[in-house]
Design a protein. Structure first.
Lengths: 329, 535, 276
């Protein structure tokens, strides 16, 4: 426990400069953008005259210098104030917190799906390396990995929502249904099946391959050879020794994948009209909403740091050989 | 209405017209069943929902059911108008005043009575100083007199044609409540999103990213209206989503071509779904090639005419718009018969002539077959503007002009074209809003400061055209004014400050159960008081 | 045994090599078989495949030749993939070597920058960069590379750290070689092979990222890519599914080819290193 706390503190401290770099880089990137929030707004209202443009820029604070604005941003950040979204005319933090649960639900389910199914299939594939089954699963998962997520999503909608009508086409829940409690949870679950599949299947390949590779490696290890020589059944060896040992690298991949999945959710949320974090990012980009995009990038960076921290701690508990000092950045 | 449209368009719409005229007959409108929830696709969530400040179709689509204008466009009303909050309007001989008689017994959604003070307040405090279009139409509005609760007299400092005011009524005159906005910072008032209006529906709920829910207003002034209990706008940002949701019966209506044109042919054959091409006659979008006259080559009229000859309008209409559009002849669309003039030069599709003109202008083909290179910026707002950009690049290549496409998102496009002038050619979709003076003359008029969107930012200046625009702006007599705009069209097409390629209205796709669809020329952005659902 | 024969001996390697060779061939032949702009309007719109010998795979929404698009698309998609991967590897290798070799504060600072790029979701980064700078092929490539260089940097650094302890590096130090020379001549060449194995993964990811950016309307409109073909085809996915399936298949085959190749490559490298 003490070791975990130590790790936690070390990580938290080393994360601060990383976050600073992220913030400054994003700020400079958005600063170099052509067209600002006022331009985006003018498009949406179909044009306006020069005086309107001037007064809008003033009210958004876009007429001040760059250094001033960066300084103001940092000082606000210290008070956990992520600023004011110009496209939505609301506080950024509120917007993000409102959308984050949907994305966490989507990502959590998709991760669970790809982790469980991926490692299970990885065990099946790795149990007999280079068998037909192994080849079939490896290639099959690659196929899923190679399909663009948005395309898979569109096809799933057409087959399961439009043609078969088993599932809803889009959204996170039935609109204005007034459902409560369990009925609502069921409703949300039904809406999540397609997007979670589209997102989860893509990353399934990764877990499958890592699990398989880990298994193939452990097969050759001494303790497995020993177990085999003792005449233990193959299934038992696979489950008790090989798979368990191969689980460790899988946990690491889990942490690394969280960033990729957050990126993947942008497209999936757009296809399935899920009001989540990823779609918010796209809306922020389209609306040239610099404060919102900054907030999104900062929050996603913090989330990724957090997930990796959890993974590290889990790792430390799972594998006593790894000391906290070794689990560097 | 005069519909000079392609054959395919006519064929496709005849059957629908028959169906929809039958549905929109008065008898049926009154017998239409009451109740029900209509779920509609919405592709965007406007930042401000106040139609008095932001006069745009994206806002109207939702807000027009809650906040009403003085008058709405109509297929059969006098001067193409049907009364809403005003029942009668009359201009003075000198063009210096317009008198509105207002509807009696109208209540705001919060129960307070609607009076002429609300109209005066909206006009002077919002339409004139704050609204994107009202700034132009009401530029010379001085005062609004309110002799009694139901009369408002607009007084202008310079003659303002009644014709212009009339044509502007549907889009520009959304009335908001004085008691809610007076004495506050209007731009920041929360009522810009929590709308309070006089319309048939109240805004009940908004879940960002998911839906808007409108609820029936039981105290609406229209007898027996509205028919529907609820209207729900479901936010569906992806273009494929609306079609799928319609087929899965999750939504009942998708307006503004939310179902891609390429999918219409197929979806029209799905039982229970109808494709409606009517209902956008007063919301004509124009496909325009904007030209930067600062480029030496493009300042040459011969080059501009060559470009006009290089564009195959038939291809644009048939292939890009799949027949759901009309080829343009000039800056005023054909379905604005009040102003449209066919008496303009025509530029037929003729590659040889285009090549000859370019040779004549002194830009021979180089060794690689190109004469000169330029930057082409298609506006990103519609699938069709981007596709036309793709096509135009090929059409220009055929006459030896190498066009490099620059695809920007909305904000960057706005800045590149209308502020920085960093373009040679651009593709724009301006809207014709019932009168050339509202949003059309600004496309060619000189002296507009940089930064104003959908305006002449190509550096074009013609004293003659500016003169016609200025005279027409203060010509009271409707006939004389119309003649001036006929001149305007001829001059623009002769000199080509920009090239009008095609004009289009949008398409509505709905379940058969939705009744009274498209029964006025601004239907998608009108109040839907008589729209009903078959049980 | 040569590197290539070892690579070809495994079924994965052989299969991957065949796919990649075919792709490269297609990419090289595209301008010869289909000269001129593949975005040119070649016939009537939405011509179904296998109905006109002159346009064997039919045409798209605007009447552009699908086969020409696919072949030229191979060029751009491979260019995007390879260029992005190269940029990422070079940048990563340079930063990783510098960090590993310099150590101390420089190492610490460089690795924090690497961290920063690793924790920001790379697609989000690419989305922001492309939309801000404007969608053109070089920008798309750079944006993808910026999201992908952190892994190679980290791996290079780890390699450098282990190699610099080895005898031949110590020997080079003893004979008085310049540190920069040691870094470039002794350490980097030995640190690189495992990093290079990452290349193919990045190539595949880059091709997919380009497709997703095109889907969101952030592709370069002047060139044809498989991603832009899928993105355009999906508007008619119900009536002309072929238009998005054909480039989709091309994408899938390429990504599989790249993966199989990388699999075999990393095996050969691992085997090669294990040899005494």
């Amino acid at each position: 426990m003490k070791r975990a706390m130590l790790l936690l503190r070390r990580r938290a401290i080393s994360s601060i400069p990383v976050l600073l770099i992220v913030i400054v880089f994003t700020f400079l990137l958005l600063e170099s953008a052509s067209g600002d929030a006022v331009d985006a707004y003018l498009v949406s209202i179909g044009g306006g005259d020069a005086a309107l443009v001037q007064s809008l820029r003033q009210s958004y604070g876009l007429d001040q210098g760059m250094a001033t604005r960066l300084w103001l941003y940092f000082s606000a950040l210290l008070r956990f104030d992520l600023g004011w979204s110009v496209a939505f005319d609301r506080p950024v933090l509120g917007l993000i917190l409102e959308r984050l649960p949907n994305t966490l639900l989507l990502m959590g389910s998709a991760t669970a799906l790809s982790f469980c199914l991926g490692s299970l299939l990885g065990i099946v594939a790795g149990a007999r390396p280079d068998s037909f089954r192994d080849r079939f699963l490896s290639i099959g998962s690659l196929l899923l990995y190679a399909i663009p997520g948005f395309w898979l999503g569109l096809v799933l909608v057409i087959v399961f929502a439009v043609n078969l009508r088993w599932l809803p086409t889009s959204g996170i829940e039935t609109i204005a249904s007034g459902k409560q409690g369990l009925a609502r949870a069921m409703d949300i679950g039904k809406h999540l099946i397609l997007p979670v599949s589209a997102l989860g299947f893509i990353y399934l390949a990764l877990f499958l391959r890592v699990m398989r590779a880990g298994m193939v490696e452990t097969w050759r290890m001494d303790f497995v050879l020993f177990a085999r020589s003792k005449g233990l059944s193959r299934l038992r060896i696979v489950l008790r020794h090989v798979a368990r040992n191969a689980l460790l690298p899988l946990v690491t991949v889990l942490g690394l994948q969280s960033a990729a999945m957050l990126g993947g959710s942008v497209v999936i949320e757009s296809v399935f009209a899920i009001p989540g974090f990823g779609r918010l990012a796209q809306e922020a980009v389209n609306g040239r909403d610099a404060p919102l995009l900054m907030g999104i990038i900062i929050v996603s960076a913090v989330s990724v740091i957090f997930v990796n921290l959890v993974v590290d701690i889990a790792y430390a508990f799972l594998d006593p050989r790894v000391g906290a000092s070794e689990a560097g950045a | 209405m005069d519909h000079a449209v392609s054959r395919r368009f006519v064929l496709q719409s005849t059957a629908l017209l028959l169906a929809s005229t039958a549905l929109s007959s008065k008898a049926l409108a009154q017998d239409a069943p009451a109740g029900g929830r209509l779920v509609v696709a919405a592709d965007s969530e406007p930042k401000s929902l106040n139609p008095a400040i932001v006069a745009s179709n994206g806002v109207f689509f939702i807000a027009s059911k809650v906040i009403e204008p003085l008058a709405e466009a109509s297929f059969d009303g006098e001067n193409g108008l049907a009364p809403r909050l005003a029942t009668h309007w009359e201009g003075s001989e000198d063009g210096l005043s317009v008198t509105f008689k207002l509807r009696e017994g109208v209540k705001w959604h919060d129960g307070k009575p609607f009076t002429s003070a609300d109209v005066a307040f909206s006009a002077l405090q919002i339409w004139k100083p704050l609204q994107n279009l009202g700034r132009i139409v009401f530029a010379n509005l001085e005062t609004v007199e309110t002799p009694d609760d139901h009369t408002a007299i607009f007084r202008f400092s310079k003659p303002t044609p009644l014709q212009l005011v009339r044509n502007a009524l549907p889009a520009v005159t959304s009335v908001v409540a004085k008691h809610i906005f007076d004495g506050t910072d209007i731009a920041k008032n929360p009522a810009n999103n929590q709308l309070v209006g006089t319309g048939p529906f109240k805004l009940a709920e908004y879940k960002p990213g998911e839906y808007y829910r409108l609820e029936r207003n039981p105290d609406y002034w229209g007898e027996g209206q509205p028919k529907l209990n609820e209207v729900i706008y479901r936010v569906l940002p992806d273009r494929a989503a609306a079609g799928s949701a319609l087929e899965a019966e999750e939504i009942q209506l998708a307006a503004f071509s939310a179902v891609p044109l390429a999918d219409l042919d197929r979806i029209s054959k799905v039982p229970g779904i109808k494709v409606v091409t009517k209902g956008y006659e007063a919301l004509t979008y124009q496909l325009v090639v904007e030209i930067n006259h600062r480029r030496k080559e493009l300042a040459d009229l011969k080059v501009r005419r060559a470009i006009a000859h290089a564009i195959d309008k038939k291809f644009v209409v048939d292939t890009i718009f799949l027949g759901y559009a009309t080829a343009s002849t000039g800056p005023v669309p054909k379905n604005a018969p009040e102003f449209y003039s066919a008496d303009v030069p025509a530029y037929d599709f003729d590659v040889e002539k285009a090549n000859a003109l370019l040779d004549e202008a002194g830009y021979p083909r180089g060794a690689d077959g190109t004469r000169f290179a330029l930057k082409l910026l298609p506006a990103p707002y519609f699938n069709e503007t981007r596709q036309f950009g793709d096509y135009l690049r090929q059409a220009l290549a055929a006459v030896g002009i190498d066009a490099e496409l620059v695809n920007n998102d909305a904000a960057a496009h706005q800045k590149a074209v209308y502020t920085d002038h960093a373009f040679d050619l651009a593709v724009a979709p301006p809207v014709f809003r019932g009168d050339p003076a509202i949003s059309t003359t600004i496309l060619v008029q000189s002296g507009i400061p940089a930064g104003v969107g959908f305006s002449n930012q190509g550096g074009y200046a013609s004293a003659e055209i500016d003169g016609v625009i200025a005279t027409a702006a203060q010509t009271i007599d409707a006939k004389a004014r119309t003649l001036l705009y006929n001149d305007f069209q001829r001059l623009v097409v002769e000199d080509l400050p920009l090239i009008n390629v095609a004009e289009w209205g949008f398409i509505t796709v709905a379940r058969d159960t939705v009744l009274n669809v498209a029964n006025n020329p601004r239907w998608a952005v009108s109040n839907w008081a008589d729209t009903a659902l078959q049980a | 045994m040569s590197f290539f024969t070892r690579l070809l001996r495994s079924p994965e390697g052989a299969f991957g090599m065949i796919i990649l060779a075919a792709l490269v061939l297609v990419a090289l032949l595209a301008p010869i078989l289909f000269p001129g702009d593949p975005l040119r309007i070649a016939g009537p719109a939405l011509l179904p495949p296998f109905s006109d010998p002159a346009l064997p795979l039919g045409t798209d929404r605007l009447g552009r030749d699908v086969l020409a698009g696919l072949m030229h698309g191979a060029r751009t998609s491979l260019t995007v993939g390879i260029a992005a991967a190269l940029m990422a590897i070079v940048l990563g290798a340079l930063v990783g070597t510098a960090a590993g070799f310099a150590g101390g504060l420089i190492d610490e600072a460089l690795m924090r920058v690497v961290d920063a790029f690793q924790i920001v979701p790379s697609f989000l980064l690419a989305l922001a960069i492309v939309s801000v700078v404007g969608p053109s092929l070089p920008v798309v490539i750079a944006a993808i590379a910026l999201g992908a260089w952190a892994d190679p940097a980290r791996l290079t650094r780890a390699q450098v750290l282990s190699i610099r302890e080895r005898d031949y590096v110590a020997a080079a130090e003893v004979i008085g070689m310049h540190p920069l020379e040691i870094a470039l001549k002794q350490v980097l060449p030995n640190a690189l092979p495992p990093v290079l194995a990452l290349t193919s993964v990045i190539v595949a990811a880059a091709i997919l990222t380009e497709a997703a950016l095109s889907f969101l309307g952030l592709g370069d409109p002047n060139v044809v890519t498989w991603g832009s073909m899928i993105a355009e085809g999906r508007n008619v996915i119900r009536s002309a599914a072929f238009l998005s399936i054909a480039p989709g298949l091309a994408l899938v085959v390429t990504v599989i080819g790249v993966y199989l190749f990388s699999e075999a490559l990393s095996r050969v490298i691992a085997g090669g290193r294990a040899r005494p």
